[in-house]
Design a protein around this ligand. Structure first.
Ligand SMILES: *Cc1c(COP(=O)(O)O)cnc(C)c1O
Length: 438
Protein backbone atom coordinates (compact mmCIF):
# COMPACT_ATOMS: atom_id res chain seq x y z
CA UNK A 1 0.00 0.00 0.00
CA UNK A 2 1.37 3.45 -0.83
CA UNK A 3 1.54 5.69 2.16
CA UNK A 4 -1.03 8.45 2.51
CA UNK A 5 0.38 11.94 1.95
CA UNK A 6 -2.49 13.64 3.77
CA UNK A 7 -1.60 16.21 6.43
CA UNK A 8 -4.97 16.29 8.11
CA UNK A 9 -8.30 14.51 7.93
CA UNK A 10 -11.31 16.71 8.54
CA UNK A 11 -14.60 14.83 8.54
CA UNK A 12 -17.87 16.39 7.41
CA UNK A 13 -20.53 17.59 9.86
CA UNK A 14 -22.75 14.59 9.17
CA UNK A 15 -19.94 12.36 10.42
CA UNK A 16 -20.27 13.73 13.95
CA UNK A 17 -21.27 10.61 15.91
CA UNK A 18 -25.03 10.17 16.41
CA UNK A 19 -24.54 8.17 19.63
CA UNK A 20 -22.23 8.15 22.62
CA UNK A 21 -20.48 4.83 23.23
CA UNK A 22 -20.86 3.22 26.67
CA UNK A 23 -17.88 0.94 27.39
CA UNK A 24 -19.78 -0.71 30.29
CA UNK A 25 -21.74 -2.80 27.76
CA UNK A 26 -18.57 -4.42 26.47
CA UNK A 27 -16.36 -4.79 29.55
CA UNK A 28 -15.44 -8.38 30.46
CA UNK A 29 -16.33 -7.68 34.12
CA UNK A 30 -18.82 -5.10 35.45
CA UNK A 31 -17.26 -2.03 37.09
CA UNK A 32 -17.85 -1.70 40.87
CA UNK A 33 -20.90 0.52 41.61
CA UNK A 34 -20.72 3.92 43.31
CA UNK A 35 -21.73 3.61 46.99
CA UNK A 36 -23.86 5.72 49.30
CA UNK A 37 -21.40 7.23 51.82
CA UNK A 38 -23.72 6.57 54.79
CA UNK A 39 -24.98 3.04 54.12
CA UNK A 40 -22.17 1.87 51.80
CA UNK A 41 -24.93 0.29 49.67
CA UNK A 42 -24.89 0.80 45.87
CA UNK A 43 -26.13 4.27 45.08
CA UNK A 44 -29.79 4.52 44.03
CA UNK A 45 -31.06 7.06 41.49
CA UNK A 46 -32.93 8.94 44.29
CA UNK A 47 -29.63 9.49 46.09
CA UNK A 48 -28.45 11.68 43.24
CA UNK A 49 -31.54 13.74 42.38
CA UNK A 50 -30.45 16.65 44.61
CA UNK A 51 -27.33 16.97 42.47
CA UNK A 52 -28.09 15.90 38.90
CA UNK A 53 -31.02 15.77 36.45
CA UNK A 54 -32.54 12.33 35.71
CA UNK A 55 -31.19 12.32 32.15
CA UNK A 56 -27.63 12.28 33.48
CA UNK A 57 -28.35 9.96 36.42
CA UNK A 58 -29.71 7.41 33.94
CA UNK A 59 -26.52 7.70 31.88
CA UNK A 60 -24.35 7.31 34.98
CA UNK A 61 -25.83 3.86 35.65
CA UNK A 62 -26.56 2.83 32.07
CA UNK A 63 -25.42 -0.50 30.61
CA UNK A 64 -26.75 0.31 27.09
CA UNK A 65 -23.99 0.22 24.48
CA UNK A 66 -25.16 3.21 22.43
CA UNK A 67 -26.91 6.31 23.79
CA UNK A 68 -28.40 8.69 21.25
CA UNK A 69 -27.00 12.22 21.18
CA UNK A 70 -29.93 14.69 21.20
CA UNK A 71 -30.14 16.77 18.00
CA UNK A 72 -29.96 20.01 20.08
CA UNK A 73 -26.57 18.85 21.41
CA UNK A 74 -25.28 17.77 17.99
CA UNK A 75 -26.30 21.18 16.63
CA UNK A 76 -23.91 22.83 19.11
CA UNK A 77 -21.19 20.20 18.59
CA UNK A 78 -21.21 21.38 14.96
CA UNK A 79 -19.53 24.63 16.04
CA UNK A 80 -16.21 22.74 16.43
CA UNK A 81 -16.84 19.04 15.68
CA UNK A 82 -15.73 16.88 14.05
CA UNK A 83 -12.33 17.86 15.42
CA UNK A 84 -9.31 17.48 13.10
CA UNK A 85 -6.66 14.75 13.10
CA UNK A 86 -3.15 15.62 11.94
CA UNK A 87 -0.24 13.50 10.81
CA UNK A 88 2.56 15.26 12.70
CA UNK A 89 5.25 14.83 10.03
CA UNK A 90 7.36 17.82 11.05
CA UNK A 91 7.27 16.66 14.65
CA UNK A 92 8.39 13.18 13.53
CA UNK A 93 11.20 14.82 11.60
CA UNK A 94 12.25 16.96 14.56
CA UNK A 95 12.41 13.79 16.64
CA UNK A 96 14.23 11.94 13.87
CA UNK A 97 11.90 9.03 14.46
CA UNK A 98 10.80 6.12 12.34
CA UNK A 99 7.42 6.12 14.16
CA UNK A 100 4.30 7.66 12.61
CA UNK A 101 2.56 10.14 14.89
CA UNK A 102 -1.11 11.12 14.54
CA UNK A 103 -2.70 13.81 16.69
CA UNK A 104 -6.40 14.07 17.49
CA UNK A 105 -6.81 17.74 18.37
CA UNK A 106 -9.52 19.04 20.72
CA UNK A 107 -8.09 22.54 21.04
CA UNK A 108 -10.37 24.23 18.50
CA UNK A 109 -13.49 24.15 20.70
CA UNK A 110 -15.01 27.44 21.97
CA UNK A 111 -12.92 27.33 25.16
CA UNK A 112 -9.93 25.50 23.69
CA UNK A 113 -10.33 22.02 25.18
CA UNK A 114 -12.35 18.81 25.08
CA UNK A 115 -14.45 19.88 28.10
CA UNK A 116 -17.26 21.38 26.00
CA UNK A 117 -18.05 17.84 24.72
CA UNK A 118 -19.59 17.10 28.12
CA UNK A 119 -20.54 20.62 29.25
CA UNK A 120 -23.03 20.99 26.39
CA UNK A 121 -25.04 17.79 27.07
CA UNK A 122 -24.89 18.44 30.83
CA UNK A 123 -26.42 21.91 30.37
CA UNK A 124 -28.95 20.48 27.91
CA UNK A 125 -30.35 17.78 30.25
CA UNK A 126 -30.60 20.31 33.07
CA UNK A 127 -32.48 22.76 30.86
CA UNK A 128 -34.79 19.94 29.72
CA UNK A 129 -35.73 19.19 33.34
CA UNK A 130 -36.46 22.82 34.21
CA UNK A 131 -33.26 23.74 36.05
CA UNK A 132 -32.23 27.38 35.71
CA UNK A 133 -28.82 27.38 37.35
CA UNK A 134 -25.67 25.23 37.36
CA UNK A 135 -23.04 25.27 40.09
CA UNK A 136 -19.58 23.82 39.60
CA UNK A 137 -15.93 23.96 40.56
CA UNK A 138 -12.93 24.53 38.37
CA UNK A 139 -9.19 24.06 38.85
CA UNK A 140 -7.30 25.85 36.15
CA UNK A 141 -10.57 27.21 34.75
CA UNK A 142 -11.10 25.06 31.66
CA UNK A 143 -14.16 23.26 32.99
CA UNK A 144 -15.64 26.46 34.43
CA UNK A 145 -15.23 28.11 31.03
CA UNK A 146 -16.77 25.13 29.22
CA UNK A 147 -19.79 25.06 31.52
CA UNK A 148 -20.20 28.86 31.35
CA UNK A 149 -20.32 28.59 27.55
CA UNK A 150 -22.72 25.61 27.60
CA UNK A 151 -25.02 27.27 30.16
CA UNK A 152 -25.21 30.34 27.95
CA UNK A 153 -26.25 28.11 25.00
CA UNK A 154 -29.30 26.88 26.93
CA UNK A 155 -30.16 30.04 28.91
CA UNK A 156 -28.97 28.81 32.32
CA UNK A 157 -26.92 30.81 34.81
CA UNK A 158 -23.57 29.38 35.87
CA UNK A 159 -21.86 29.75 39.24
CA UNK A 160 -18.21 28.63 39.39
CA UNK A 161 -15.99 28.05 42.45
CA UNK A 162 -12.44 28.41 41.19
CA UNK A 163 -9.42 27.13 43.14
CA UNK A 164 -7.99 30.32 44.72
CA UNK A 165 -4.45 29.66 43.51
CA UNK A 166 -5.46 29.88 39.83
CA UNK A 167 -8.18 32.52 40.39
CA UNK A 168 -5.40 34.83 41.53
CA UNK A 169 -2.51 33.53 39.44
CA UNK A 170 -4.20 32.91 36.08
CA UNK A 171 -6.74 35.69 35.58
CA UNK A 172 -7.35 35.15 31.84
CA UNK A 173 -9.33 31.96 32.31
CA UNK A 174 -11.53 33.77 34.84
CA UNK A 175 -12.08 36.53 32.29
CA UNK A 176 -12.99 33.90 29.69
CA UNK A 177 -15.64 32.54 32.08
CA UNK A 178 -16.98 36.05 32.57
CA UNK A 179 -17.22 36.61 28.81
CA UNK A 180 -19.41 33.50 28.61
CA UNK A 181 -21.59 34.77 31.47
CA UNK A 182 -20.13 32.72 34.34
CA UNK A 183 -20.05 34.09 37.90
CA UNK A 184 -16.70 33.17 39.50
CA UNK A 185 -15.85 32.89 43.23
CA UNK A 186 -12.37 32.02 44.56
CA UNK A 187 -12.43 28.85 46.68
CA UNK A 188 -12.33 28.18 49.57
CA UNK A 189 -14.72 31.10 50.13
CA UNK A 190 -16.91 32.44 52.91
CA UNK A 191 -20.05 31.76 50.85
CA UNK A 192 -20.46 28.18 52.06
CA UNK A 193 -20.25 26.29 55.33
CA UNK A 194 -17.65 23.92 53.80
CA UNK A 195 -15.57 26.88 52.60
CA UNK A 196 -15.65 28.62 56.01
CA UNK A 197 -14.64 25.38 57.77
CA UNK A 198 -11.77 24.78 55.35
CA UNK A 199 -10.53 28.35 55.83
CA UNK A 200 -10.54 27.91 59.62
CA UNK A 201 -8.71 24.59 59.35
CA UNK A 202 -6.20 25.69 56.71
CA UNK A 203 -5.92 29.51 56.98
CA UNK A 204 -3.15 29.74 54.35
CA UNK A 205 -4.57 27.29 51.83
CA UNK A 206 -4.48 28.22 48.16
CA UNK A 207 -7.36 25.81 47.59
CA UNK A 208 -7.75 22.52 45.78
CA UNK A 209 -10.18 20.91 43.40
CA UNK A 210 -11.48 18.72 46.26
CA UNK A 211 -12.28 21.81 48.33
CA UNK A 212 -14.00 23.60 45.46
CA UNK A 213 -16.15 20.52 44.76
CA UNK A 214 -17.35 20.57 48.38
CA UNK A 215 -18.40 24.21 48.05
CA UNK A 216 -20.16 23.70 44.71
CA UNK A 217 -22.13 20.70 45.95
CA UNK A 218 -23.27 22.53 49.07
CA UNK A 219 -24.37 25.54 47.03
CA UNK A 220 -26.23 23.39 44.47
CA UNK A 221 -28.08 21.32 47.08
CA UNK A 222 -29.37 24.51 48.76
CA UNK A 223 -31.22 25.67 45.63
CA UNK A 224 -34.00 23.47 44.17
CA UNK A 225 -33.61 25.19 40.79
CA UNK A 226 -29.91 24.40 40.66
CA UNK A 227 -27.87 21.34 39.78
CA UNK A 228 -24.28 20.48 40.37
CA UNK A 229 -22.08 19.63 37.36
CA UNK A 230 -18.78 17.76 37.28
CA UNK A 231 -16.29 18.09 34.43
CA UNK A 232 -14.61 14.69 34.62
CA UNK A 233 -14.38 11.46 36.67
CA UNK A 234 -18.04 10.32 36.48
CA UNK A 235 -19.31 7.73 33.99
CA UNK A 236 -21.63 10.13 32.15
CA UNK A 237 -18.74 12.55 31.52
CA UNK A 238 -16.55 9.75 30.11
CA UNK A 239 -19.54 8.73 27.98
CA UNK A 240 -19.97 12.20 26.42
CA UNK A 241 -16.29 12.35 25.52
CA UNK A 242 -16.50 9.22 23.35
CA UNK A 243 -17.29 11.38 20.33
CA UNK A 244 -13.50 11.92 20.21
CA UNK A 245 -12.54 8.27 19.81
CA UNK A 246 -15.34 7.45 17.38
CA UNK A 247 -14.17 10.22 15.06
CA UNK A 248 -10.54 9.16 15.54
CA UNK A 249 -11.30 5.65 14.27
CA UNK A 250 -12.78 7.08 11.04
CA UNK A 251 -9.87 9.46 10.63
CA UNK A 252 -7.16 6.82 11.11
CA UNK A 253 -9.01 4.78 8.52
CA UNK A 254 -8.94 7.71 6.10
CA UNK A 255 -5.18 7.96 6.66
CA UNK A 256 -4.99 4.24 5.88
CA UNK A 257 -3.67 3.55 9.36
CA UNK A 258 -6.31 1.68 11.27
CA UNK A 259 -5.59 0.43 13.88
CA UNK A 260 -2.99 2.38 15.84
CA UNK A 261 -0.28 0.49 17.74
CA UNK A 262 -0.17 2.97 20.63
CA UNK A 263 -2.50 5.57 22.09
CA UNK A 264 -1.29 8.26 24.50
CA UNK A 265 -3.65 10.63 26.34
CA UNK A 266 -3.15 12.74 29.46
CA UNK A 267 -5.12 11.77 32.53
CA UNK A 268 -6.32 14.10 35.28
CA UNK A 269 -9.81 12.90 36.16
CA UNK A 270 -9.65 10.64 33.11
CA UNK A 271 -12.35 12.00 30.79
CA UNK A 272 -10.33 12.88 27.67
CA UNK A 273 -8.41 9.61 27.97
CA UNK A 274 -11.71 7.73 28.27
CA UNK A 275 -13.18 9.66 25.36
CA UNK A 276 -10.36 8.92 22.96
CA UNK A 277 -9.62 5.39 24.15
CA UNK A 278 -12.94 3.68 24.95
CA UNK A 279 -14.12 3.32 21.32
CA UNK A 280 -10.63 2.00 20.50
CA UNK A 281 -10.69 -0.32 23.51
CA UNK A 282 -13.89 -1.75 22.02
CA UNK A 283 -11.91 -2.53 18.85
CA UNK A 284 -9.36 -4.32 21.07
CA UNK A 285 -12.03 -6.25 22.98
CA UNK A 286 -13.66 -7.39 19.73
CA UNK A 287 -10.36 -8.52 18.24
CA UNK A 288 -10.10 -5.90 15.49
CA UNK A 289 -7.12 -4.14 17.05
CA UNK A 290 -4.48 -4.50 19.71
CA UNK A 291 -3.76 -0.86 20.44
CA UNK A 292 -1.72 -0.32 23.58
CA UNK A 293 -3.51 2.43 25.53
CA UNK A 294 -1.32 4.54 27.81
CA UNK A 295 -2.60 7.03 30.40
CA UNK A 296 -0.10 9.87 30.95
CA UNK A 297 -0.26 11.32 34.45
CA UNK A 298 1.78 14.14 35.98
CA UNK A 299 4.44 13.08 38.49
CA UNK A 300 2.75 15.53 40.92
CA UNK A 301 -0.58 13.64 41.00
CA UNK A 302 0.15 10.03 40.01
CA UNK A 303 -3.12 8.36 41.02
CA UNK A 304 -2.88 5.33 38.68
CA UNK A 305 0.83 4.73 38.97
CA UNK A 306 1.22 5.38 42.71
CA UNK A 307 -2.28 5.51 44.21
CA UNK A 308 -4.36 2.84 45.88
CA UNK A 309 -7.43 1.20 44.25
CA UNK A 310 -10.21 1.62 46.80
CA UNK A 311 -13.47 3.40 47.59
CA UNK A 312 -12.82 7.08 48.21
CA UNK A 313 -14.57 10.42 48.13
CA UNK A 314 -14.32 12.76 45.15
CA UNK A 315 -13.97 15.87 47.36
CA UNK A 316 -12.19 16.96 50.56
CA UNK A 317 -15.27 17.30 52.79
CA UNK A 318 -16.62 13.79 52.06
CA UNK A 319 -19.83 15.01 50.39
CA UNK A 320 -19.73 12.97 47.17
CA UNK A 321 -20.74 9.32 46.75
CA UNK A 322 -17.96 6.80 47.36
CA UNK A 323 -16.22 5.97 44.09
CA UNK A 324 -14.03 2.92 43.52
CA UNK A 325 -10.93 4.46 42.00
CA UNK A 326 -7.18 4.78 42.07
CA UNK A 327 -6.67 7.57 44.58
CA UNK A 328 -3.98 9.43 46.47
CA UNK A 329 -6.52 10.18 49.23
CA UNK A 330 -9.35 12.73 49.17
CA UNK A 331 -7.31 15.19 51.27
CA UNK A 332 -4.22 15.00 49.02
CA UNK A 333 -3.30 18.46 47.71
CA UNK A 334 -0.95 18.13 44.71
CA UNK A 335 1.99 20.48 44.22
CA UNK A 336 0.99 23.52 42.18
CA UNK A 337 2.27 22.28 38.79
CA UNK A 338 1.17 24.15 35.68
CA UNK A 339 -1.06 21.42 34.30
CA UNK A 340 -3.92 22.46 36.60
CA UNK A 341 -6.34 20.12 34.86
CA UNK A 342 -4.27 17.14 35.99
CA UNK A 343 -4.13 18.11 39.68
CA UNK A 344 -6.73 15.69 41.00
CA UNK A 345 -6.36 13.04 43.72
CA UNK A 346 -8.44 10.34 42.01
CA UNK A 347 -9.13 8.77 38.62
CA UNK A 348 -12.42 8.06 36.82
CA UNK A 349 -13.90 4.78 38.14
CA UNK A 350 -14.28 3.44 34.58
CA UNK A 351 -10.64 4.22 33.73
CA UNK A 352 -9.57 2.78 37.10
CA UNK A 353 -11.51 -0.41 36.41
CA UNK A 354 -9.99 -0.81 32.93
CA UNK A 355 -6.52 -0.21 34.36
CA UNK A 356 -7.00 -2.74 37.18
CA UNK A 357 -8.20 -5.30 34.61
CA UNK A 358 -5.04 -4.79 32.56
CA UNK A 359 -6.87 -3.19 29.62
CA UNK A 360 -4.72 -0.03 29.85
CA UNK A 361 -1.25 1.05 30.91
CA UNK A 362 -0.12 4.18 32.71
CA UNK A 363 3.04 6.24 33.04
CA UNK A 364 3.87 9.35 35.02
CA UNK A 365 5.59 12.29 33.34
CA UNK A 366 7.79 14.97 34.87
CA UNK A 367 6.81 18.58 34.29
CA UNK A 368 10.04 19.51 32.45
CA UNK A 369 9.75 16.54 30.07
CA UNK A 370 6.14 17.52 29.36
CA UNK A 371 7.02 21.11 28.45
CA UNK A 372 10.05 20.04 26.40
CA UNK A 373 7.71 17.90 24.28
CA UNK A 374 5.16 20.75 24.11
CA UNK A 375 7.68 23.32 22.86
CA UNK A 376 9.04 20.88 20.31
CA UNK A 377 5.51 20.16 19.07
CA UNK A 378 4.63 23.86 18.87
CA UNK A 379 7.78 24.67 16.87
CA UNK A 380 7.20 21.78 14.47
CA UNK A 381 3.44 21.86 13.99
CA UNK A 382 2.34 25.41 14.84
CA UNK A 383 -0.03 24.41 17.63
CA UNK A 384 0.81 25.28 21.23
CA UNK A 385 -0.58 22.36 23.24
CA UNK A 386 -2.29 22.79 26.62
CA UNK A 387 0.09 22.06 29.48
CA UNK A 388 -1.99 18.95 30.28
CA UNK A 389 -1.72 17.70 26.69
CA UNK A 390 2.08 18.09 26.83
CA UNK A 391 2.09 15.01 29.11
CA UNK A 392 0.57 12.89 26.34
CA UNK A 393 3.08 14.25 23.82
CA UNK A 394 5.94 13.40 26.22
CA UNK A 395 4.63 9.82 26.39
CA UNK A 396 4.58 9.65 22.60
CA UNK A 397 8.09 11.12 22.32
CA UNK A 398 9.43 8.40 24.61
CA UNK A 399 7.72 5.69 22.54
CA UNK A 400 8.96 7.24 19.28
CA UNK A 401 12.55 7.17 20.61
CA UNK A 402 12.22 3.48 21.43
CA UNK A 403 10.90 2.81 17.93
CA UNK A 404 13.84 4.62 16.38
CA UNK A 405 16.26 2.56 18.46
CA UNK A 406 14.77 -0.74 17.34
CA UNK A 407 14.07 0.47 13.79
CA UNK A 408 10.31 -0.13 13.91
CA UNK A 409 7.63 2.27 12.62
CA UNK A 410 4.62 1.94 14.87
CA UNK A 411 1.51 4.09 14.48
CA UNK A 412 1.24 6.34 17.54
CA UNK A 413 -2.03 8.17 18.20
CA UNK A 414 -1.82 11.11 20.61
CA UNK A 415 -4.74 12.95 22.15
CA UNK A 416 -4.03 16.67 22.32
CA UNK A 417 -6.87 17.65 24.64
CA UNK A 418 -6.53 21.40 24.30
CA UNK A 419 -4.54 24.41 23.20
CA UNK A 420 -2.12 26.28 25.41
CA UNK A 421 -2.90 29.89 24.48
CA UNK A 422 -3.76 30.63 28.12
CA UNK A 423 -0.77 28.61 29.41
CA UNK A 424 1.78 30.99 27.90
CA UNK A 425 3.24 32.15 31.25
CA UNK A 426 4.15 28.50 31.97
CA UNK A 427 5.85 28.19 28.56
CA UNK A 428 7.67 31.45 29.27
CA UNK A 429 8.93 30.08 32.59
CA UNK A 430 10.09 26.89 30.87
CA UNK A 431 11.92 28.73 28.10
CA UNK A 432 13.61 31.03 30.63
CA UNK A 433 14.87 27.93 32.44
CA UNK A 434 12.96 28.89 35.59
CA UNK A 435 10.50 26.02 35.75
CA UNK A 436 10.89 23.55 38.62
CA UNK A 437 10.61 19.83 37.92
CA UNK A 438 8.01 17.75 39.70
C1 LIG B 1 -9.28 19.36 32.19
C2 LIG B 1 -8.28 19.06 31.20
C3 LIG B 1 -7.57 17.84 31.22
C4 LIG B 1 -7.71 16.81 32.30
O1 LIG B 1 -8.96 16.32 32.51
P1 LIG B 1 -9.40 14.83 32.11
O2 LIG B 1 -10.68 14.62 32.77
O3 LIG B 1 -8.33 13.91 32.59
O4 LIG B 1 -9.54 14.84 30.65
C5 LIG B 1 -6.70 17.57 30.19
N1 LIG B 1 -6.47 18.47 29.21
C6 LIG B 1 -7.11 19.66 29.16
C7 LIG B 1 -6.81 20.59 28.04
C8 LIG B 1 -8.04 19.98 30.15
O5 LIG B 1 -8.70 21.14 30.08
Amino acid sequence: MTESTLTKVVLSEDQIPTHWYNIVADLPTPPPPHLHPGTREPLAAEDMTALFPMGLIAQEASTERWIEIPEEVRAIYRLWRPSPMYRARRFEKALGTTAKIYVKYEGASPVGSHKTNSAVPQAYYNMLEGKTRLVTETGAGQWGAALSFASEMFGLSCDVFQVRNTYEGKPYRRMQMEVFGGKVTPSPSNRTHAGRELRLKFPHTTGSLGMAISEAIEEAVKDPNASYALGSVLNHVALHQTVIGQEAILQLEAFGERPADYLFACAGGGSNLAGLSFPILRENLEGRASTKIVACEPKAAPSLTEGEYKYDFGDSSNMTPLLKMYTLGADFVPDPVHAGGLRYHGMAPLVSHCYSEGLMDAISVKQLDAFAAGVMYARAEGIIPASESCHALAGAVEQARKATEDGSSPVILVGVSGNGQLDLPAYHEFIQGKMADS
